[in-house]
Structures are given as C-alpha cells and as structure tokens.
Design a protein around this ligand. Sequence first.
Ligand SMILES: Cc1cc2nc3c(=O)[nH]c(=O)nc-3n(C[C@H](O)[C@H](O)[C@H](O)COP(=O)(O)OP(=O)(O)OC[C@H]3O[C@@H](n4cnc5c(N)ncnc54)[C@H](O)[C@@H]3O)c2cc1C
Length: 423
Amino acid sequence: MPGTGKAIIIGGGPAGLATALRLQQKTKIRCTIYELRPQPTTLGGAIGIVPNGTRLLDRLGVHEQLLSRGNSRSDITLHSMQGSVLGKSDMARNAKEKTGYGYMRIKRTDLQDVLLEAVRREGISIHFDKRLTAIDDKDDEDGVKVVFADGTVDKADILLGCDGIHSAVRHLHVDPSQSPEYSGMSTLGSMIPAATLPESVSSQIRGMNATLTQQGMFFATTCTASDDEIMWGFSKEVALPASGDARDGWEVRRKEEVEGFKTTLLDLLKNAGGEWGSAMRHIVEKTSVVGFYPLYKLPLGGTWFRGRCLLLGDAAHAMPPHAGQGVAMALEDAFLIARLLGDVNRPRSEVFGKFDMIRRPRVDEISIRAGKNGSIRRNTGPWALWLKEVGIRLVMSGAWGLGLDRWGSEEKHMVYDVEEEAL
Ligand SMILES: Cc1cc2nc3c(=O)[nH]c(=O)nc-3n(C[C@H](O)[C@H](O)[C@H](O)COP(=O)(O)OP(=O)(O)OC[C@H]3O[C@@H](n4cnc5c(N)ncnc54)[C@H](O)[C@@H]3O)c2cc1C
C-alpha cells in the first residue's frame, strides 16, 4: 500500500493524533482513530515539551495555537533547603538559538484540545469509547482486523498501536511478553489557580523552581500563557506495594499518599528556609486534591512490530518522565513513520523494520538518561543531600561536571531533527 490505503490508529493521545495528522499531510493514507476514553480531554496535569518536539508541532501547524495557551519559559531555579539559590539555568536556550524552537509548558487538556481540533479540521475520523479486544492479523492480503468491546469491527492495511504504556495492541498481538515495570519512583502533584496564593508567592513562580529534600524533589511552575495556573509536584522514591504490581496494592498506597499528602509534605518542608521555602508551604497548604502517579517504564529491547502492526509512542517505549521527552518521542515517531509510509518506492514489509532501525538507538539513549535523571530524587541522608547541593551549585555555575546535571534533556537531543534522518 505504499503511500495509500487505510490505517487504523488505536489511541487518541499525542502519538495517535500526531500520527494521523502527519499521515494526512504527507500521504494519501486514510486514518481512523479509536480511543478508549468515552470523551476527549479527560486528562489532568501539565507537561513540558522540549524543542525537538515543539519544532514538530510547528510543522503540524499547531504550534502558535498551543503557545497561545501554554508558555515558553524554560528557566529552572534550584533552591537549597536552607533557602539559598543553588543555581539558575535555561534548559533550552542553546537549543532555541540553534533551531529557533524553544520549550513549551502546557496543560495536557490544552495539548489534547488543540490536536483534536486539528484532527477534526482535517476530517480524520475519531471514535471514542472504543476498547480494543481482539486483533486478527495474518499478514496476508486480507489486511488486519480489529474487534472492539461493543462488538464493532474494522479492517485496514495497517494497525498503529498508539495506546500508551499499557498498550492492548502490544499485549494482544505485537509483544505479549513485554510488560511495564515500576521505576521505583512516584510523583504526587496538583494544579492550583495562582490567585489562591498571596501575590508575593505567586509572582515568584514563573519558570521551574525546585528543591531537593532528603526524601525527594519538590517542584512548581506555571503552565499557562497568563501564568494563572500553577502545576506542582513532589517526586520521590516509593516502594512497590508488598502485593507487587497488583492494582489493589497500588490503590491502598494511593489512598495513603493522597490522604496524607498535606501532613507529610508540610512536615518535610517545615524547616525549608527563605521566600521559596515559605512559597512551597503555601502551595501545599492551598492544595485540596492531589494525584498520585507511580512511574512505570517499558524495559528496553521489546518488539515494536509484527505483521501489519506497529507500536508508536509510549506503547513502544514508555520511559520515566525525568528527561521531559515523552511527547517529543511520540511526535518523532509520527513524523518518521509518515515519511516511511509516504515513500511509494518502499514496500510495506520493509517500512516497520526501517522505522525500528532508525528510532531504537535514540529512544534507548534517552530512556536511559531519563532513568538516571530520576535517581537524584531518591532518598538520601543529610550529608548526601549536602553533597548533592554542593554538586548542583558547581554544575549550575558551569564549574565542574559531577554528573548532577540531571534536570532534563541534553542539548544534542533537543537540536535533533527527525526529518533529517537518511532513509
Ligand atoms: C507523571 C508524568 C509526567 C510526565 N511529564 C511529561 C513531560 O513533562 N513531558 C513529556 O514530554 N512527557 C511527559 N510524560 C510522558 C508523556 O505523558 C507520554 O510520553 C505521552 O503522553 C505519550 O503519548 P502517547 O500518545 O504515546 O500515550 P498516551 O498519552 O498514554 O495516550 C494513549 C492513548 O491511548 C488510549 N488507549 C489506551 N488503551 C487503549 C485501548 N485499548 N483502546 C483504545 N485506546 C486506548 C488512552 O486512553 C490514551 O488516550 C509524563 C508522564 C507521566 C506519567
């Protein structure tokens, strides 16, 4: 089918929507998206998108609209527990100078809204409340057939599994042996209106502000164009429940974490000094509800394609969020697969293998980096925290590399352009 035919996309998150849009821009392939959730945009929280991703959002034609909702602040200020500023840095300045594209922090609902609007403008069909239950893919001329829980079926030339870390496409067909593993880290967090804080506190929070404690890292930033909403989080080591990965164990742990968050955090931050110390306590005090997110990842080395099915985004390579590259990785996947499928001289049987060959080294490297970034947030004693703070001061002043520059992505990853990959 090179360049033509039909694709079924399972999952209407960033990977699924971006893939449909790029296939529409670059090929004659018709896409139908099936999404599990009954309605669009039910996700909470906010995310940061790195320059290698914002550049691709521009090529999808949605960058301006997204920037009118989110903000492009990429500066990070690290504070000590005593209240001094350990250092400031602009995570994306060099990448922006080199590529013209900077960082974007945006509410997930805004990202989803804008991508969905674009999908609808393009006339791409999307169906909600569709739970995939079976895949029939003999890799023959009949194509691939999918069955949903409501009894409906559909058929296409290819199936793109964009259904996230717990991908049904992966466990039903592509790689049933692969399952997500817990990273040992979890994040508690929430979003609050800036107006609930005293002006003296909310005006301090513009770019990312963060503090390492002995039991994890507290961070807060605004995530809208008008800086009127603050996203904050606390990422920390949390042991796997005794019952293992079972949902019940996590539900008990979630309840404990969510119900006890205020007492636990206010106790941990009670001696945090300076204006920022007081700001952290204000933020926690003014928050009534938090989410708790155990961070899972997919082990490296899984299978990404089988027959007429290919996994994209988190379904193929979910990684811890500490490199801030998850959405950008999904966008890069979307752009590369559209280029490969749009090449009329390339047989379909070669497309998925080529995709895997090009994407895997980069994805693996970034996934490893994301795991290492997370490690600085692990539990530590008072001396080790002091040493980390000294290290941060040195790294942020550019004086000495202690391997503690663990705040995001390396510049080489942010200036990368997937469209320059030789096919
Ligand atoms: C706490 C946390 C913070 C993060 N912060 C950042 C950040 O700052 N920056 C960043 O770039 N990334 C971040 N990430 C990672 C980012 O969220 C993911 O990498 C990104 O959402 C991947 O997009 P995706 O479309 O592949 O998967 P998802 O966003 O998971 O979307 C998958 C979609 O498929 C649907 N689906 C699932 N199963 C089925 C099914 N059986 N049938 C049909 N549909 C299905 C889901 O409902 C969902 O809509 C973070 C992740 C976490 C957990």
